[in-house]
Design a protein around this ligand. Structure first.
Ligand code: NAP
Length: 456
């Protein structure tokens, strides 16, 4: 049984029964059977389904945003933006999948040689709760447009979102090639072994990533991992400090701090360190926290009490290691998984705030001597998802982004975000493989080499 609990007031919302082995069997067989005819449809036919999905998402935006607010605490405004982004990724792949997967001629001495792209089959998607719609559509739009089918194992606290997504696929005419299952994370490995599953993608923590990679490795199945991050935002001496501080804070607080690509470590050179801290403190303290259904609030509760308590523990341990508390840093009284915007300055090696992912509204500010020191600190991390550089010299900043920072995406004077037109993914403990853009749609295909000679 998986239960959704409202993190605003700890009220139990709905419980979902775990699928029995017989039900799992039936779902896998149905989806496997349907995938073949789905793959034989034209891109344009599959595209029509995704255009319908986009319009169903937009029609239901208000209801789906309310559901996210209730199941995991996302403020309504952010929920609406998430649903719009899902609709646009569906439209993007409906329009572009065919050209991204067009045959490529590779001339040799053959009469014809080149590659074509075939779908792999049924892909298992293990998804997190933090963007409960976006993470699923980011996978499903390219994978299904390529002709694959999808099985969704959603995080155990957002099965209400999984039910809505499954319903939308069914109403759009793709109910046979997209189905959810309700099982705990501990049973994912046995699903990966099933012969109906050809590949697996996981978005989640590095711990879950290791377990999925091991299971996929044991079964020799293709695997894509989108894992945690501790994105470094490097602020150089010639940065526009007001812009840098605001951008860092916006990125830190999005989704109440629970985004893989949130700014997590703010690495600031000595010359502008004090000024930057002042501005970050003001911006963090002016953010309003409360019921995610109240439009006036910037941040809602965290998704679960246990995650809030884990974050507070990381803050306390960092403080006992010498970090300076500049804002927040306490567990509010009353129900709910609330945690206030918190700023830790003078963060140093050895502290959780330096090494670990802080998955909530906590900014870790680290002082660097100069640019070279800032780059060294930015790369002194087990993670490598995103990074950003702030400087008025955009050529210098771009060369730092291109040549020095160890991350899957580096932005200049901007916060890191995903965009259907650009590849998304990480290195090191942030995972491997890419989603979105031309790269994402080619993860779950067989790039098949074709070589044709004249007979005799
Ligand atoms: P999580 O605990 O790893 O859960 C993610 C999903 O994995 C859930 O469906 C979960 O199922 C399942 N799972 C958990 N343990 C598993 C295991 N041993 N084997 C197989 N599946 C397992 O992560 P989370 O707390 O939901 O999400 C937060 C993490 O995700 C953060 O680290 C964040 O940075 C990362 N994230 C990364 C990206 C990215 O694109 N790189 C995007 C968003 C989030 P149950 O719920 O049933 O346990």
């Amino acid at each position: 049984m998986a239960t959704s609990i409202n993190p605003h007031d700890n009220a139990t919302l709905t419980s979902y029964s775990t699928n029995t082995p017989a039900e799992l069997n039936q779902i896998l067989k149905r989806v496997e059977l349907a995938q073949g005819s789905w793959a034989r449809q034209t891109f344009s036919q599959r595209g029509d389904v995704f255009v319908t999905i986009a319009s169903l998402l937009r029609e239901r935006s208000e209801r789906l945003s309310m559901l996210m607010a209730k199941e995991m605490g996302k403020p309504l405004r952010e929920g609406r933006a998430e649903i719009e982004k899902c609709a646009s990724v569906c439209e993007y792949y409906a329009a572009n999948a065919e050209s991204m997967l067009a045959d490529v001629a590779l001339p040799t001495e053959a009469q014809y040689s080149g590659v074509c792209y075939n779908p792999l089959g049924v892909v298992l998607a293990v998804m997190p709760w933090n963007f409960p719609f976006w993470q699923v559509f980011r996978f499903a739009a390219p994978a299904l447009m390529a002709g694959n089918a999808g099985i969704l194992k959603h995080a155990s606290n957002v099965n209400g979102c999984a039910v809505e997504i499954e319903q939308i696929f069914a109403e759009a005419g793709a109910g046979d090639v997209f189905a959810k299952v309700v099982i705990p994370g501990s049973r994912v490995a046995e699903l990966i072994q099933r012969k109906e599953i050809q590949a697996v993608t996981l978005t989640g923590s590095s711990t879950a990533g290791k377990s999925v990679a091991a299971a996929a490795g044991a079964a020799l199945k293709k695997c894509v991992l989108e894992l945690g991050g501790s994105d470094a935002y490097v602020v150089l001496h010639d940065a526009d400090i007001a812009h840098a501080a605001n951008t860092c804070v916006n990125s830190r607080l999005i989704n109440s701090g629970q985004s893989c690509i949130a700014a997590k470590r703010f690495i600031v050179v000595e010359a502008v360190y004090a000024e930057f801290i002042d501005q970050v403190q003001q911006a963090m303290e002016s953010a309003t926290m409360g019921d995610p259904l109240d439009e006036n609030n910037d941040i809602g509760p965290m998704a679960r009490i246990d995650l809030r308590d884990e974050l507070h523990n990381q803050v306390r341990l960092s403080m006992s290691g010498g970090a300076r508390l500049v804002a927040g840093g306490f567990v509010p009284e009353g129900p709910g998984a609330y945690y206030p915007p918190t700023v830790l300055a003078d963060v140093k090696p050895g502290m959780p705030a330096y090494h670990e992912e802080l998955f909530g509204p906590v900014a870790a500010i680290i002082q660097a001597k100069d640019e070279a020191d800032a780059i060294r600190i930015a790369n002194d991390s087990d993670f490598g998802l995103g990074a950003a550089v702030f400087s008025r010299d955009i050529h210098r900043a771009r060369s730092i982004a291109e040549q020095h920072l160890q991350a899957g995406a580096c932005f200049v004077n901007e916060f890191v975000r995903s965009d259907p037109r650009l590849p998304f993914g990480g290195i090191k403990n942030s995972g491997y493989g890419r989603e979105l853009s031309f790269a994402g749609i080619r993860e779950f295909v067989n790039m098949k080499t074709i070589y044709v000679s004249e007979p005799g």
